[in-house]
Design a protein around this ligand. Structure first.
Ligand code: SF4
Length: 694
């Protein structure tokens, strides 16, 4: 229950939960938020919202907030409150000592998709300019890094092609590995509106999702594939398109690289990709695959939306390329109502990738090995930048355990809870000589920290978030930072203490620097954002007011590139010991590992994670609704309560991971995407059995 009262003033800002990026009016009484009102002028949400954005903001003033910097006492191991000056000086001294002893590459920094663009930009700048290496990464590593890789390789830009409103022009909506009504609720509602108007729906997902229950749905096809077989499925759809002559050859010949097209065509028409051959792999009836392919290819406008069910696999990047192949072959690119659209999980996944927080890319996806790009940054920053990529997050963990990596600065990301292989991550964190954690709460990662720096919530700072449709929205400060500093100021202070000067008076100055160095952002500044409300990048001389639809005339790489997308089965196999496949997802009222939503009234709507299993699998194990069940994988074990559900297929079980006790990351494997190391969260072979209450 939100405390009500009469607001005295209001400030328009952006929700800090999911990648829809809804605008809200924060109605204020003094420094207190009275309520969050969905903003009618919001370009992403048009006055709509979900329960998270509207009600789950109380975490910002929750009693658990860290209000003072702290240093862990080396003798007693207890936290000691210190001043900002002392904490920053202590952290900087430690980092310097470690670099002197172990070398320049022994330290690194991780930022988060929860942070603003400006904060993320500063962290990667801190790492590159003050630390002197490219050991910078972001939590997008564990969600949408395959999107960046796959879309850049095929269409030349690491971003979705459409704005959200475009779905209202789609005749067919193909949803793969996503559950928009729960994970992206405002966009899910918009999609539902279009489906009620008559658009056809195809869902490729191991689970039955709510969109399939849309009232008055003209046609809803469900392709309930086995977890881990996405690439076989998308290849089968493309096989039908090619062998039944459903391609848009006018588009292919005009817009695509024909050499890559012919190689792909030779590959995809092989009978091993036929629906009949693929049925045995995916478990989806061949006829269903044929009908779905025809529905998609014959539609005047067909749009693909996908989520983590595509990316969090050992073939995540291959699947993204497979989706791009399908869209290009059918000419579903470059106008409203079509496209390839990743539904980004967190508020600023797109932005954190755009801002150069990957170890191989500077802001704007400019590779560190590109001399011209690197030199542009070097001349503005006044340092030389390594031309070799640095360490990714999993490489940092490995290097910490082997003793080569010694210190880490983590801003806004609970890696101990959200990254796979919990025991491995904890071993890595224990091995560090200095772990600096900057966060709102004493999270799981902070338990291993040596220095704790209070973070600031979205209500306490200025900046921008970039949503899943490349829309840059303003985040506006509505109350003073609880601990006296905004996140960007902390990074700046740390840099100054390390001897690399940073002097910004306001995040708008950071955005001006980003715009000066990033060709797709040259027209972005706070004044224009205030005037236009929001801007979809690219925004530059070619696109002065931004770009709602990408690739209308050509691709940034000239011609679209087809890719050969061979299906390779994941190493994670079921057997008699581990006969079920576990997959994971989210629900509407909660958010990721729950650090925010568990500290709000939303908690009452979902007070524990459960394991969904099919009635058949429950019956053969003697499991009834609400029974406690042990879930054992090759990696570990956890205990949850059971929910019997026909939403999952026989042989598949499903859970969420909103509570620390879910243990989802204790049991997931260490498999990851071949191109980006994105963990394979979505496929774990498990056994489930009834246990007594833990
Ligand atoms: Fe909008 Fe997502 Fe926030 Fe809900 S969580 S209000 S859909 S941005």
């Amino acid at each position: 229950v939100v405390e009500m009262g009469q607001p005295e003033h209001s400030v328009v800002t952006t929700c800090a939960y999911c990648g829809v990026g809804c605008s809200f009016k924060a109605e204020m009484k003094g420094n207190e938020v009275v309520r969050m009102v969905p903003y009618k002028g919001g370009d992403a949400n048009h006055g709509h919202s979900c329960v998270k954005g509207r009600f789950a903001f109380g975490y910002a003033t929750h009693q658990d907030r860290i209000k003072s910097p702290m240093i862990r006492d080396a003798i007693t191991d207890a936290w000691r409150e210190v001043s900002w000056e002392d904490a920053i000086a202590f952290a900087a001294d430690k980092l310097k000592q470690i670099q002197q002893k172990y070398g320049r590459n022994s330290i690194g920094g991780i930022t988060s998709s929860r942070c603003t663009n400006e904060e993320t930009y500063l962290v990667q700048k801190l790492v590159r300019a003050a630390f002197g290496n490219n050991n910078t990464d972001t939590c997008a590593r564990v969600c949408h890094s395959p999107t960046g890789y796959g879309l850049k390789a095929t269409m030349g830009e690491s971003a979705g092609t459409q704005n959200f409103d475009s779905v209202m022009k789609a005749d067919v909506v193909l949803v793969i590995g996503a559950n928009p009504t729960d994970a992206h609720p405002v966009f899910g509602s918009m999609m539902r509106r279009r489906l009620r108007e008559g658009a056809e729906l195809i869902v490729a997902d191991p689970r039955h999702i709510d969109l399939l229950d849309t009232p008055h749905l003209k046609s809803g096809q469900h392709l309930p594939l086995r977890p881990g077989t996405n690439v076989a499925l998308v290849n089968a759809l493309a096989h039908v398109v090619v062998t039944e002559g459903l391609e848009d050859m006018a588009f292919v010949e005009k817009r695509c690289d024909m050499e890559s097209y012919h190689s792909w065509r030779d590959f995809i028409q092989d009978p091993r990709h036929s629906p009949e051959a693929v049925e045995a792999i995916t478990g989806v009836a061949a006829e269903k695959l044929r009908i779905a392919a025809r529905t998609y290819a014959n539609a005047p406008n067909a749009a693909i939306y996908y989520g983590l069910g595509v990316t969090e696999h050992s073939q995540g990047s291959t699947m993204v390329m497979g989706i791009a192949n399908l869209a290009m072959a059918t000419g579903n690119i470059g106008r409203e109502g079509v496209g390839v659209n990743p539904l980004r999980g967190q508020n600023n996944v797109q932005g954190s990738c755009d801002m150069g927080s990957f170890p191989h890319e500077l802001p704007g996806y400019q590779h560190v090995s590109n001399d011209e790009s690197r030199q542009r940054f070097e001349s503005v920053w006044g340092v030389s930048i390594d031309n070799e990529p640095g360490l990714r997050i999993p490489n940092m963990f490995d290097a910490a355990i082997s003793g080569e990596f010694k210190a880490l600065y983590v801003q806004g990301e609970d890696i101990a809870q959200s990254d796979p292989g919990t025991q491995h991550v904890e071993s890595a964190l224990k091995s560090l000589e200095c772990l600096i954690v900057q966060d709102l709460f004493l999270n799981e990662t902070a338990k291993f920290a040596h220095v704790l720096l209070p973070g600031s919530s979205f209500l306490e700072k200025d900046g921008t978030f970039t949503n899943a449709e490349r829309r840059i929205n303003r985040v506006r400060k509505v109350m003073p930072a609880l601990a006296g500093k905004e996140d960007w100021q902390v990074t700046m202070d740390l840099s100054n203490a390390l001897g690399y000067p940073m002097h910004y008076n306001h995040p708008s100055e950071i955005m001006d620097e980003i715009a000066a160095l990033t060709p797709t952002f040259t027209g972005v500044n706070y004044k224009r954002l205030d005037e236009l409300g929001s801007i979809q990048w690219p925004c530059n001389d070619d696109h002065p007011i931004g770009t709602p639809t990408m690739h209308e005339v050509d691709f940034p790489i000239g011609k679209g590139q087809f890719s050969v997308t061979e299906y390779v089965a994941t190493d994670e196999r079921t057997n008699s010991r581990f006969p079920l496949l576990l997959t994971t997802g989210r629900i509407l009222s909660q958010y990721n590992v729950g650090a925010q939503t568990r500290r709000t009234q939303n908690q009452m709507w979902h007070d524990e994670d459960r394991l969904d299993l099919h009635p058949h699998d429950a019956e053969v194990r003697g499991i009834k609704e609400n029974d406690w069940v042990g879930i054992t994988s090759r990696a570990g074990q956890t205990v949850l309560r059971a929910r019997i559900s026909e939403d999952v297929l026989p042989g598949v079980v499903y859970t969420t991971f909103h509570h620390p006790g879910s243990g989802a990351n204790v049991i997931t494997t260490d498999n990851s995407d071949w191109a980006t190391n994105c963990p394979e969260y979505k496929v774990t072979a498990v056994q489930v059995e009834r246990v007594s209450q833990p």
